[in-house]
Structures are given as C-alpha cells and as structure tokens.
Design a binder for this molecule. Structure first.
Ligand code: 6MZ
Length: 346
C-alpha cells in the first residue's frame, strides 16, 4: 500500500493539539468572512510548506487567530470543525487543549469558554462522528500564578461535572516568558485533585532548572522535551528522571522544524527517545498554523527514520497506553485497533 494511504487509514491517537492552533484554512476563511473589519489574511494565520518562523513569530500568529476567535459562536464552530477534521484524518481518540479566555466585547467568560468546547464535543458525539474527544484546560505560562490557580479551580469543577470530558491540565504558552516555579503550586494542586498533567518542558534551551523542578511533580506526559537530553544541552539527570518515571513524550516534528527549535527532521529528538525504547507519541501541536495533519506527521517520522509500516502501526497502537482517559476507554480503543489491524501484522 502506498505510504500516504497507509498513514491515512491508520487509526490514530492525537494527544497534543492546541485548539486555536489547529484551525484549518477553510475555517479561517469562514472566520475572516465573519470579521472583515480585522483585515486579516491567510498568510497571517499559517506557516506554509517550506516556510519557517522563529518561535516568537509563531506566538504572534496565535494572537492573530485569537482576534478571529473571540465569541462563543466562534469557539463552537472552531471546535466542531477541528474535531471533524481530526476524525476525517483517521484520529479515533483526541485530547484537545485550549486556554480559556474572557473577552469583554463579546461577553465571553472563561467558564463559558470551557462549556462551549464541551458543547462542541457533545454535538460531534450526537452526530456520531467516529472519534472520542477529551479536553485539557490549558494554563498560559505568561499569565502567572494567580491565573494558573484560578484555571486549576475551574478545571477541578469541570472534572467533576463534565462526565469525563475534562480530564487534565496543559501547561503551555511562550516558553521564554515566565518561570515554572511560579506555577508549581497550581500544578501540584491539579495533580492532587485527580487532574492529569501534560506540561510543555524544555521546548527551548536553557530551561534546565525549571524542567528539573517540574519533573519532580511528576507530570503524566511531557510536551516536546526538545532540550532534555545531553546532546541538546539538557542533562543525563533530566533524562533519568523522565525514564525512571516512565513519562511519555508528545513529539511534534513539523512544529519544531517550522518553529526552528529543531534544525531539520533528521535531527529531531524523536530518534533519541524512540531508539531508547522510551514512550513517545507523534502529535501535530498546531495543525492549522503549521499546515499539517497527523497522517503527514506519521509519514514524516516513517520516511525520516526508516520506520516500516508495522513499526508505524505499533507506534499508533502504543499511544493508547498514554491517553488520560480511564482504562475502560483504553480497552475500547485497543479493541478498535485489533479490528482494524491489517492481517500481515497479526
Ligand atoms: C507552547 C503553544 C505552542 O490555547 O488558544 N501553544 N505553547 N509551545 C507551542 N509550540 C509551537 N503552540 C500553541 O491555542 C493557542 C495557544 O496554545 C499555546 C499558546 O499558549 C497559544 O496561545 P489555544 O486554543
């Protein structure tokens, strides 16, 4: 079977997808039509093939998208579109993450923001879209300790009231802004109340102390971890902590290459961790902004690192073990994978 067709038909798990970074060209088009007065063009919301930006410029892109997505209606449309696009790409289980925002001009509150994402998930369920979606409430590190604490409190409420849809916390945002030590108590509180933690760690160099501190919690998964290992300026001590706690890494190849934290695909730290046999999950990060999808990310990993179709199948299957939803969901997904497994890998 041709590689791209194999990757599209492969059942997949997506564990690292920021909602507003995942907005497709088509949805951006609809948003631009809703808000012509903003004079926003497509070139301002996505980084095309062969293009690269600094990470700082990537964060400017999110600001533009946030201008386009500032009401309940926008969030509902964006979330339903994104969920359906992931489903159309063969994603069977998706953990979406997003930072609740309030917008005085549209009356949006953080609580309504979360409720609207939940409504979108429920709507897709009603329409029998073939995908199980959960939500991680995101903390933007830029906003400091008090906002982090408030976000955790909100997430705790939804953990109890959302029927299993809100299951965790994401720590993200511009990694060059703020320090993890200010967020430690909020993250610890989240963990103690049963929320799962996925933390962006060492996405940029020189964050050794912050990463070391946050690894002590420890998080349930790590986003990126680009500069954890010694060859990238991290340390064996950090690697040991990750390995001893068996913390899976969410790896986003195109995002890291286009955002210029990784020089080229062949130098991506996927290789380091995969060869070690450490749990890794291929993810998109921001499929809209980086103009990719999960099938393309799997194909890129396979061609760059010489993975057979069978190895790719295993990679997608193993991702089930690292989801935040309970064991019963893992069992359902494993059954789905068994049903879809090509004869030759059985
Ligand atoms: C860190 C990132 C990110 O939350 O408005 N985000 N944080 N590193 C990255 N690598 C490129 N990509 C996205 O989605 C957009 C937000 O997700 C985080 C940033 O906080 C960004 O503002 P939401 O749905």
């Amino acid at each position: 079977m041709r590689p791209m067709r194999f990757m599209r038909e492969l059942p997949k798990v997506e564990l690292h997808a920021h909602l507003n970074g995942s907005v497709s060209f088509q949805t951006i088009e609809k948003l631009i039509r809703r808000k012509p007065q903003l004079n926003i063009e497509h070139s301002m919301t996505a980084i095309g093939k062969g293009q690269r930006r600094t990470l700082d410029e990537c964060f400017q892109v999110f600001k533009v998208i946030h201008q386009l997505v500032d009401s309940e209606e926008d969030i509902f449309m964006v979330a339903t579109d994104v969920i359906k696009e992931f489903a159309a790409d063969g994603v069977k289980y998706l953990e979406l993450r997003s930072t609740p925002r309030e917008e005085t001009t549209t009356g949006l509150t953080k609580r309504r923001y979360i409720e609207t994402v939940i409504k979108a998930i429920q709507q897709c369920k009603r329409e029998r879209v073939d995908i199980d979606v959960r939500f991680l409430v995101a903390i933007d590190r830029r906003n400091g300790s008090q906002v982090a604490m408030e976000t955790v409190q909100l997430a705790e409420e939804f953990l109890l009231s959302s029927d299993g849809l809100v299951i965790g916390i994401d720590l993200s945002g511009d990694p060059t802004v703020g320090h993890g030590r200010d967020l430690l108590s909020a993250l610890q509180k989240a963990k103690d109340s049963g929320l799962k933690l996925s933390l962006h760690l060492s996405e940029v160099p020189s964050q050794h102390d912050e990463t070391d501190l946050l690894l002590n919690i420890p998080p349930d998964r790590i986003g990126h971890g680009t500069f954890l290992h010694p060859e990238m300026g991290g340390s064996q001590g950090l690697v040991d902590k990750v390995v001893q706690n068996n913390i899976p890494l969410e790896l986003c190849l195109t995002s890291n290459v286009k955002g210029q934290t990784v020089q080229c695909y062949a130098e991506h730290h996927f290789k380091y961790w995969y060869q070690m046999g450490h749990p890794v999950v291929i993810c998109t990060d921001d499929k809209g902004v980086f103009a990719t999808d999960l099938s393309q990310e799997y194909k890129m990993a396979a061609t760059t690192f010489g993975l057979s179709h069978e190895a790719v199948w295993k990679l997608s299957q193993q991702a089930i073990d690292y989801i935040f939803a309970p064991d019963s969901v893992k069992e359902q997904l494993k059954q789905k994978w068994r049903d879809l497994q090509p004869q030759e890998f059985k």
